[in-house]
Write a new protein. Structure first.
Length: 39
């Protein structure tokens, strides 16, 4: 594997991880909002 490939792979994994985190935060925000609407 070339260093260039590894670099791209690391960048991809990092951004994928960030996406996952922001998706989880988004879900939490939606849950809290739904709870407020119900109560």
């Amino acid at each position: 594997m070339s260093p260039r490939f590894l670099q791209m792979r690391n960048k991809f994994l990092k951004s994928a991880k960030n996406l996952k985190v922001s998706q989880e935060q988004h879900d939490i925000i939606n849950l809290n909002w739904a709870k407020r609407r119900i109560s």
